[in-house]
Each structure stands twice: as C-alpha cells, then as structure tokens.
Design a protein around this ligand. Sequence first.
Ligand code: CP3
Length: 343
Amino acid sequence: MTETKKLLAALKGEVQAVPPVWMMRQAGRYLPEYRETRARAGSFLDLCYAPDLAAEVTLQPIRRYGFDAAILFADILLIPQALGADLWFVTGEGPRLAPTDTAEGVAALRAPEAVHETLAPVYETLRILKGALPAETTLIGFAGAPWTVATYMIAGRGTPDQAPARRLMYSQPEVFDALMDRITEATAEYLIAQVDAGAEVVKLFDSWSGALPGALFRRYAIEPALRILARLRARHPHVPVIGFPRGAGGNYASFARETGCEGLAIDTSVDPAWAAKHLSPLACVQGNLDPILMVLGGAALERGTRTLLEAFAGKPHIFNLGHGITPDADPAHVEQMLRVIRG
Ligand SMILES: Cc1c2[nH]c(c1CCC(=O)O)Cc1[nH]c(c(CCC(=O)O)c1C)Cc1[nH]c(c(CCC(=O)O)c1C)Cc1[nH]c(c(C)c1CCC(=O)O)C2
C-alpha cells in the first residue's frame, strides 16, 4: 500500500515534487490564537498539562495553514519534572529547575517507570489529537535528548555554553553518567508511551549537541539515542524517528549513519547543497530555513525558500525551519512561504 501521508512518505524515502512542510514551534506566541488560549490556561506548564487546551493549540497551526504534520504541544523539560525535579518558567527569561548535580540528587530522582504518573495528561493530549487531526496530517511526538535535558537539570536553567554540564561531565563522570542513564531510560519510557497513545513519528531534540566536545559526541549524543531507539523499536518496530543533533556540524553524518534515524533535522548553519549531497543518502533531511526570514518576509523569504527547494529537488525532503519560529514572526509570512512551496 502506498503511503498517503506526505510526511510518512518522505521518511520512507519517497521523493515528492512538493515536499511535506511543518515548522518547529508552529504552535507558539507568533499566533494570536495561541496567545489567547495560553492566557486562558494560566501558565505555560498549565497549558502543557491541560489535554483539551494542549490539543487545541496543537491544532491551531494545522487549521490556519494545513501543515503536513502536527507536533504534540508539550516541552522537553516535562521529563525532569516527571523525574522529580521542580520546574517553573519565568516569563521573558525561560525555564528554571531545582539543579540535579550531585550523587545524592541523582539518587533521589524517581524511577524511569514512575514518569507516567506525571505525564499521563500528555498521553491524553495525543489521544485527543489522534481523533481530531485531518487524515492527511502526521502526528509527531517528541522528547529532548539526554544530553540536552541534562544541561538544564545540572544548571537549573538554560545557559549560553552549557558550562555547568560540561564541568560535571569532566569532574564527576560517575554522577554525570548516572544522570544520563536515568534520563535515557525515562525518555525511552516516555516515547514508547507517546506512540502507544497515537504518535506516528517521534523526534529527538538534542538542541545543545553542538556544545559537546567532538571526542565525546559519540558517547553522549549517539549512544543515548541508540539506547532510546533500541527500546522504542523493540516495542514499535516501524515508527520513524527524526533526530535533531542541533549544531552537530561535521558529526551530522555519523549521527545519521550510526543511529539509522529515518529523518535528520538540520540547523540553520548547514549548507543545504552540502546536506543534499552528503546527508540525503543517509536519511530524509528536514530543514532548514533561517527562522529570521519568517520575521522579514518579502524577497529574502522567497529566495531562501526557493534555495531549499532547489537544493533538495530529487531527494526526499521535509521542509522546515532550522530552529523554532520566533514570537516576532508575522503569521502572513508563513502563508507566503507556503505559496512558494505549494504553488
Ligand atoms: C530547548 C527546548 C525547550 N523546549 C523545547 C526545546 C528543544 C527545541 C529547541 O531547541 O528550541 C522543545 C519544545 N518546546 C515547545 C514545543 C512544542 C511543539 C512545537 O510547537 O514545536 C517543543 C517541541 C513549546 C514551548 N516551549 C516554550 C514555549 C514558550 C512558552 C510560552 O508560551 O510562554 C513554547 C511554545 C518555553 C521553553 N521551553 C524551553 C525553553 C528554553 C523555553 C523558553 C524559551 C522560549 O520562551 O522560547 C526548553
């Protein structure tokens, strides 16, 4: 049977004249309807844990733009919270967590199987979405990759250079490894449960993999991904996975080759012509329009969009941005991008 969902077809390696398209952070603050629902929910975390409202904001960009994929509305930091680390968001600044950076702190975290208790509302969001999405739209679940989640847990916040996590990795490798193990197991549990609840594809966000020293990229980016994939595939052998080792540079190819991910999301820094030549033979490449073009629009947006379409012509491709769309983006520019892609 041929695959009728464009995103799933691309992940199976099908070349399409018009590629499937969606955007990272497509449910977000650039949309007035998101801001309205978010205000109704209360805090960002309240929204993540309210299945009806989380499903509603997931559907908003699908209704408005008819994207080929909907991504579950949640956050990568729900896993630390489900493991027992206090989490809150400071408006205008970002996430804060009670730091987990000692042997005692890691030992006090909950068992990986215990995360479902906190995350049950997320699975409910997926079940609602499964029943509500148009037949042609693919439902994407996701999690943060262990290294990226560890950087937030160790520092207790986002950091420009992930120094606290890198310091712990060198100075107390046994504490760092124990934390990585706990996150890895919990993430496997979480993604399996997301697919049980209706996710058709899962994406692993390693947003800070570019901060790993190159010699440790295999150990802390590829190996945890392999462990998660092995557990996921033991349960769901056919679910495609999109890896996003953001900032991996020269390590993108080894990530794709060694993990066998069906999809490889590339960040804005990667030259699409290089990616089409060197990465497309390894996986279906997703990306990588500069998000600032969604703020600018006009001729620059049209040129950037066409450059990508031309680079990946004749290759399986998922059109996306190189990182999330920003709150200052203009919703009309999304329509402009879609007109260029879809004609
Ligand atoms: C690092 C990271 C986080 N979260 C995520 C990552 C990895 C991707 C990346 O590199 O951007 C992933 C994420 N976060 C969110 C989604 C939902 C799905 C989507 O639309 O893409 C996804 C896939 C919603 C969100 N996550 C967050 C928002 C904004 C919160 C709000 O509405 O106030 C949204 C829509 C908050 C968040 N969440 C996080 C930070 C650092 C922040 C604060 C910065 C910011 O405000 O943009 C952690």
